[in-house]
Write a protein that binds this ligand. Structure first.
Ligand code: FAD
Length: 387
């Protein structure tokens, strides 16, 4: 006996499986005997077998780990990796498996230890002088080979420049799917990874699963997940990974690394953010936001409308196509609260909104709302703070 249901390929309203058993269109899984009719229906693609799926899910639960790609630059692990480890731990607990971290570097200067302190049970460590700087082809080869060998059930990457370059390459190499820019990850009742991300211009949140290919892979934007808890006494394993790479096999050559000499807004780590929107009216008026931020020792954020108008640079943009932030206090001035803006700031601990329109969407998520003209309210706040 097997559990079966009709696929959308079946043209009729019901299918006779022999021995007096029929499946009707719209039926969920039903028990069916192994008859010649059933075999023919499977061969024609008319029915789907649940048995195979259950086996795939059992295989995942059977010890396959949840992995995090532990990106590093100049021997420094960025915060996103610790955020991913926090989420990986939560997912691994639900699947009853371990957390693994993949670390590629020239030399492990205590980076593995740091990953273990932040919840990694096993660190897969590849050391090679050729891994001093990130190179897509070396990283792809090493990680793809390692995934094939160890069969993790899930691999997550930061949606950083490196993660966005690397994850699709690996997905293609090992023939699996990849959901980019996830804002939520969970495990469903079948033990599969439930990947949530904005879709259709951010107007809906889509939930995506990858049931037929392994591992299930996602990239996650910095600032979305909570950072793992550090515990200096944690113990884990460091597993050395062979690196069969040579400069002559690489398609690219690093000639020079040029660092951009620019002050980048550090919104992801800010405790307070004062953000301005189109309601400010002009670039000149935006200076009010900068002054208020300076007095509050806050970072300056902006809506996309402000960035598109050229009042602020893109690294200040908060939202779906900007940064994801979770400060203790977020002050939104003259921002309507479009879904794409909210996607980047709705996890802030406290939200204060100033808007002249009492029906502005930002008030739906604000803890405190001030309905009024910001040209009057912000100068008053500045005056008070100066006192
Ligand atoms: P508006 O929507 O024009 O709102 C201005 C607000 O100011 C209004 O609510 C108004 O009542 C108020 N106001 C006007 N004058 C005053 C005054 N004197 N005093 C007080 N209040 C006043 N947007 C983002 O912010 N971040 C993103 O990452 C982002 N990504 C996007 C991705 C896609 C694919 C798409 C389609 C859109 C994206 N957007 C993003 C754009 C988003 O849809 C909105 O258009 C944008 O957020 C609007 O910016 P705003 O709130 O500053 O402007």
């Amino acid at each position: 006996m097997a559990k079966v249901r009709l696929t959308t390929n079946f043209p009729g309203f019901f299918l006779d499986l022999g021995m007096g058993i029929t499946i009707n269109r719209g039926d969920s899984w039903i028990e069916a005997p192994d008859t010649i009719e059933l075999q023919q229906a499977i061969d024609n693609g008319y029915v789907e077998l649940q048995k195979e799926k259950q086996e795939a899910v059992e295989k995942i639960k059977d010890g396959n780990e949840v992995w995090v790609f532990a990106e590093q630059r100049n021997n420094k692990i960025p915060q996103i990796v610790f955020e991913l480890l926090g989420k990986a731990k939560e997912l691994a607990k639900k699947l009853n498996v371990n957390v693994g971290a993949i670390l590629l570097c020239e030399k492990d200067n205590n980076l593995s230890k740091e990953l273990i302190e932040y919840e990694a049970d096993n660190v897969y460590l590849a050391e090679n002088p050729l891994l001093k700087n990130y190179k897509t082809d070396f990283y792809t080869k090493i990680i793809a080979d390692l995934i094939k060998k160890e069969s993790p059930s899930i691999v997550i990457y930061g949606a950083t420049h490196i993660g966005r370059d690397l994850a699709p390459r690996i997905a293609q190499r090992i023939t699996t799917g990849l959901t980019a820019d996830c804002t939520g990850l969970d495990i469903d009742n079948d033990g599969l990874l439930l990947q949530t991300r904005p879709a259709f211009g951010g107007n809906i949140m889509a939930q995506i699963k990858c049931p037929d290919h392994k591992p299930q892979m996602s990239t996650v934007r910095p600032g979305v997940m909570k950072i793992a808890e550090k515990d200096g006494s944690r113990k884990g394993n460091i597993i050395k990974v062979e690196t069969e790479i040579s400069e002559k096999d690489s398609l690219t050559k690093i000639i020079k690394i040029v660092k951009e000499n620019k002050l980048i807004a550090n919104l992801e780590k800010a405790n307070i953010i004062v953000s301005g929107g189109r309601g400010l009216g002009t670039k000149e008026n935006f200076k009010m936001i900068e002054e208020l931020a300076r007095l509050l020792k806050a970072e300056v954020g902006a809506s996309r409308a402000v960035v598109d108008a050229g009042w602020m640079s893109k690294d200040h943009q908060v939202g779906q196509t900007g940064k994801t932030v979770r400060p203790k206090l977020y002050i939104a001035c003259g921002i309507s609260g479009a879904i794409q803006h909210r996607a980047g700031m709705q996890n802030s601990e406290m939200i204060v909104a100033i808007n002249k329109d009492p029906n502005a969407m930002i008030f739906n998520i604000a803890d405190y709302g001030i309905v009024g003209d910001l040209h009057k309210i912000i100068p008053l706040l500045i005056e008070e703070l100066k006192k």
